[in-house]
Structure formats: C-alpha cells, structure tokens
Ligand binder design. Structure first.
Ligand code: RM4
Ligand code: MN
Ligand code: MN
Length: 462
C-alpha cells in the first residue's frame, strides 16, 4: 500500500544530532514527499483481501444466483451504475447545537477528490463527485480534472449556494435569493448561478442543481405568487446560460431553514417551474425533503412518466431532513423507490446508469464520513439489485387481476432476497473489494489520513 504518510521510519534511522543539523533539508524532504505521495490503495492489497473472503463469497453467490435468470445482465447493470459523492459530505457536519469535528478531514478540493478516489477504489461504484460552489472552487480546472482522472473519477452536477452569505458579498440572502423582493439581490444570485455553470463546464459537468433556502417563517411575510414569479424569472435567466447538453435540476424541500413556507416546497412546485422553463429543466428528489410519510415512490413514478425526473439526492431520515445513511431507517422504501425507477426507466427506454443523476446528499455527525458513504453506496446498490430482480410480468398480472396478496408476495419475496453477494460480485469483477467497509477498517485508512493531514483540518462546507 502506498500512501501519503510521511516516511517517518526513514527519519527514525537518523540520529538526533543529524536531524538538528539537517533540519531544513529534512523539512524540504517532508514537504516534497507529501506532494508525491497521495494515499491510494494498491491493487495487490485489495486482491489479498478478496482472496481471504473468496470461498465464503463464492458459496453465497452460487446459492443466490442459481435461482436468478439473467444474472449476468444484472451484474453488468450493477457494474455500470455509479453514484455521485457530494464534496460537502466528506467532512463532519454538525447540528444546530454543535459540531464534533472528525480528524484527517480533506482540507482542499484535491484531498476531497482523493477521498472519493479511496471510496471508488474500494467499491467501484463511486465514480463521480458533485461539487458545491463556492465551497469547492476549482482554481485550476485542468489540473483538477487530471487529478480526478487518475482515480477514474468524473464530475457530477455542480451545486450553487445562495443559502448563505459569503465573506465580502455585497447583498445579503437573509430574505431569500432568487425569490427576493429586491431585483438587485435576485441579479446577484442569478450571476452566482451563471458562475457555477462556468465552473461546471470547465470540469465536464453536465448539470447544475439549484436548491434554494428561499421561504418564510411567518404568515404574511411573503406574497406567494410574487415569490414564485420572481423565482421563475430568475431561473429563466440562469436557464439561458445552460449549454446545449446541460440540464437544470430543481430541488424542492418542504421546510427548513424556514418553517412556514418554502418557495420551491414540493414536487408540484418544482415540476411547475421545470415545465415552464423548458426541456432542460427537471425535478430533483432529495429523499429527506418531504413531509413525513410522503409516498416518494409514487412521486418518482409520476415524474418519470412525465419525463421530468432529474435524479436523486439519496439519504435516509426518521423525522425530517436528517441526512442519515441511505437505507439506514427505511430500506423497504428505498427498494420500492428503485422498483418504480427501474420500471419507469424501462418504460421510457432510459439508460439506468446515465439517464438520471444519482447522487448522495448526507451529513455525518457520529460516523466516519467515508465509512458512512460506503454504507450508503452499498444500500443503494442493494436496492437497485433487488429492483432488477422483481418479476415484472408476474407483478403486472397480479395488478390486472387485483391480486393484492400476490403483488405483495412478489415485492416482499424480492426484498427479502439477500443480494449482497451479487453486488459484491459486480465489485469483484471491477477489481474492488468484496467488503469495502471491512477493508477500510483493516487498513486503518482514517489513521493514515490523520497522519497525512493532521487532526484539525476542517473540510469546507456544512
Ligand atoms: C440542502 C439541500 C441541498 C444541499 C444543501 C447542502 O438541504 O439538500 O441539496 O446542497 O443542503
Ligand atoms: Mn439535497
Ligand atoms: Mn437536504
């Protein structure tokens, strides 16, 4: 395993006097080596790990796959399916009561890319990174692109940020951005979004995600129609700057940071905007952005039917926008969502891997962010694999016959099938680890990152 850990073992061999005399040479040596060593996991280490689990894996895979017709096709689909990692989820988030910082967090965009590179080496399913501007401005985009390419990574949707005031910003977003009563504030927010598109173009992104905090906390604070119209006009300005092959993802959220109304509060409002904007505008579903118990699978199904589903921000929640690990609380809901996705994409001939934007949006207060992201990706892959297994013809027949029991049996039987070895087999064929979380822990990757980056680094973002 090669890593960006400084070569302390070499230094140990030098005696103290020599170290004192040559202090400056040693400092330069350390600085230079830290440029050249970037933590990467050797293929050999992954192979060894896979060897140690090979027999157990084979038993599980043979057992489950013998009953599955078209297993090879399913594995191919799993191998192609990639999930975008949010640059803002690589550090520790916080709650409004405080933040317990993690260690060895990526302090630069390069390091964030390296973190996603580690994930991708371990699971071969995290092939893109989604950047948030201005938290991650690529000052030298060509170099950043090259750096990402060395890990086999590309760039997913770029995200704008008009929910915070940045240092030195002329006008405040305290009362909103694209919906603001003051046209000067709206223009500032529009210009920011245009800037974000430019950054995205320089990196090869193909979409901008617009999420607005714009809303109100008290009845009477806003004129709803005016707020909506202002938002529409602002988005129309931004839309004009989308390149031909770009999409605009309009994310909705029912509440928070304001608690009485949100100007793009649900999928209806987002879809209304997307329809008025034109064919490049779509509705983005963040799983945590609904009112409790919303039937998200039904929303997804109708958005797909209308050809207006942008894609996803995956996470899970018990109460609100909890941003917990995907599948941690409601794995059956995640499976049902994927059932609608697979069914809806196949009905429209949409390529599963490239047709929609697949991204995680999570925040970590307790777990190591990298481990949490590995778990999220795994949960998403499991839900996708299960959805691919559903016997659609039988389900359709049951629906046509009003055979509720049969329909329920079909879905639950699939959900209760242990597909973990199928997902692992797909990873194995791409040279990734049979058990990414176990290997992350075995290699003690976080300690290596702390040695490399220190304990006090704080990732930009939330
Ligand atoms: C929001 C929303 C956005 C994300 C920000 C950081 O709640 O989910 O997608 O950009 O958080
Ligand atoms: Mn989101
Ligand atoms: Mn959110």
């Amino acid at each position: 395993m090669s890593m960006a850990v400084l070569p302390w073992h070499l230094l140990d061999k030098l005696n103290t006097r020599m170290i004192q005399q040559n202090c400056w040479i040693i400092c330069i040596f350390i600085i230079l080596t830290s440029f050249y060593y970037t933590m990467r996991i050797d293929k050999q280490i992954i192979d060894q790990h896979n060897q140690s689990l090979a027999q157990k894996h084979k038993r599980a895979f043979d057992y489950v796959s013998q009953d599955i017709a078209g297993i090879e096709e399913i594995i191919d689909k799993l191998r192609k399916f990639q999930i975008g990692i949010p640059s803002w989820a690589l550090g520790t988030g916080g709650t409004r009561f405080g933040r317990f910082g993690g260690k060895g967090e990526p302090g630069t965009l390069e390091q964030k890319i390296e973190d996603v590179g580690l994930l991708h080496a371990l699971n071969a399913s995290s092939g893109t990174i989604s950047l948030h501007i201005p938290w991650d401005i690529p000052s030298d985009p060509d170099r950043i692109k090259e750096h990402a390419a060395t890990f086999g990574l590309g760039f997913d949707a770029v995200n704008s940020n008009t929910f915070q005031d940045q240092k030195g910003q002329e006008l405040s977003y305290k009362y909103g951005s694209l919906h603001h009563v003051d046209p000067k504030v709206r223009k500032q927010a529009v210009d920011h979004n245009i800037e974000v598109i430019k950054h995205g173009i320089s990196l090869g992104s193909k979409a901008i995600t617009v999420w607005l905090a714009d809303g109100s906390s008290f009845p009477g604070q806003l004129n709803f129609r005016e707020a909506f119209q202002n938002t529409l006009e602002s988005l129309q300005e931004i839309y004009k700057h989308l390149p031909e092959d770009w999409k605009m993802f309009i994310e909705y959220k029912a509440f928070e940071p304001y608690f009485y109304s949100t100007t793009i509060g649900d999928w209806g409002q987002s879809l209304l905007l997307a329809n008025k904007l034109g064919p490049k505008a779509y509705t983005l579903v963040d799983l945590g952005h609904h009112l409790p118990n919303a039937n998200i699978e039904q929303i997804v199904s109708l958005l797909l039917m209308e050809g207006k589903l942008a894609g996803f921000h995956f996470n899970d929640s018990k109460y609100a926008d909890d941003d917990l690990t995907a599948g941690a609380i409601k794995p059956y809901q995640l499976f049902l969502i994927f059932c609608e996705l697979v069914d809806g994409m196949d009905a429209r001939g949409i390529d599963h891997a490239t047709g929609l934007g697949w991204m995680i949006d999570a925040s970590h207060n307790l777990k190591d962010p990298l481990v949490d992201l590995l778990q999220s990706v795994e949960a998403i892959m499991i839900a996708y694999a299960q959805a691919l297994l559903v016997d659609r013809d039988a389900l359709r027949e049951a629906q046509q016959n009003n055979d509720i029991v049969r329909a329920q049996e079909i879905l639950q039987d699939t959900f209760r099938t242990d597909v973990r070895s199928i997902v692992a087999e797909a990873r194995l064929r791409d040279g990734a680890a049979l058990n990414p979380v176990a290997l992350f822990n075995e290699l003690d990757i976080r300690s290596k990152l702390v040695e490399e980056r220190g304990s006090d680094t704080v990732a930009t973002g939330l």
